[in-house]
Design a binder for this molecule. Structure first.
Ligand code: BG6
Ligand code: MG
Length: 219
């Protein structure tokens, strides 16, 4: 398959970098404190989902209900813990595969953007040495509706000055593939969860596979 898109919008967590382990550790600490069962399988359901929606998933197993104020305090506590863990990320955590593929896509003339639900997007990109790399960033601070709503990808296309149908999206999460399709974009599935949903246009063999299906913008 060869695509004719002119721009590529990347999800961040699970696509550009692997923050799953940090999200897991930070949510686990909160769940343990509240006496709520939490494991890696439940953590998988949090992929692509906003911070507050993630908390609601964790609280499904709580045996009491919490006020909105308490929930906001829990989310803040988790995020403080998560941000401490993110300080361990460094430029060498960006894989060679991701780095060289991004550079080659740019050389082929594609516009490159981030479309992430995370409010920590800019901090994470900075840690990875990608603070100034992308042509546009749409993240959790720009949107009111998280994936599977298409808002974050539509916002990224708008910032790039591109029509949605000229954008391809790379996603590791089911919610992200749904969001890309709702935005009328081409959805490329990078990982299990995104592959299993059956709504994607193409399954990537790996990040490098983008170079096989994206021959050059405008060609
Ligand atoms: C997504 C992650 O990218 O960002 C989710 O896949 C996370 O797991 C969401 O909940 C929100 O992240 P943050 O950094 O704003 O808490
Ligand atoms: Mg993701």
């Amino acid at each position: 398959m060869k695509l004719e898109e002119k721009a590529v919008i990347f999800d961040l967590d699970g696509v550009i970098c692997f923050t799953d382990k940090y999200h897991y550790q930070a949510w686990k600490a909160l769940a343990d404190k509240l006496g709520i069962y939490f494991d890696e399988k439940i953590n998988n359901r949090l992929r692509g989902v906003s911070r507050m929606a993630s908390l609601e998933i964790i609280l499904e197993r709580a045996d009491k209900t919490y006020t909105q104020e308490e929930k906001e305090a829990f989310a803040e506590e988790k995020n403080d813990n998560y941000k401490e863990l993110l300080k361990n990320m460094k430029e060498s955590d960006l894989s060679e595969e991701v780095k060289t593929t991004l550079e080659e896509l740019r050389a082929r003339g594609y516009l490159l953007a981030i479309g992430s639900s995370s409010k920590n997007t800019k901090f994470i990109l900075g840690q990875l040495g990608l603070g100034d790399f992308f042509d546009a960033i749409a993240d959790g601070t720009d949107i009111t509706h998280s994936k599977p709503d298409p808002e974050v990808f539509l916002k990224a296309a708008e910032k790039l000055g591109m029509k949605p149908e000229d954008c391809a999206v790379v996603e590791d999460a089911k919610a992200g593939i749904e969001a890309a399709k709702a935005a009328n974009m081409t959805a490329l599935a990078l990982d299990g969860d995104a592959r299993d949903c059956g709504m994607q246009d193409y399954n990537l063999e790996g990040f490098f596979d983008l170079l096989n299906i994206l021959p050059g913008a405008g060609e």
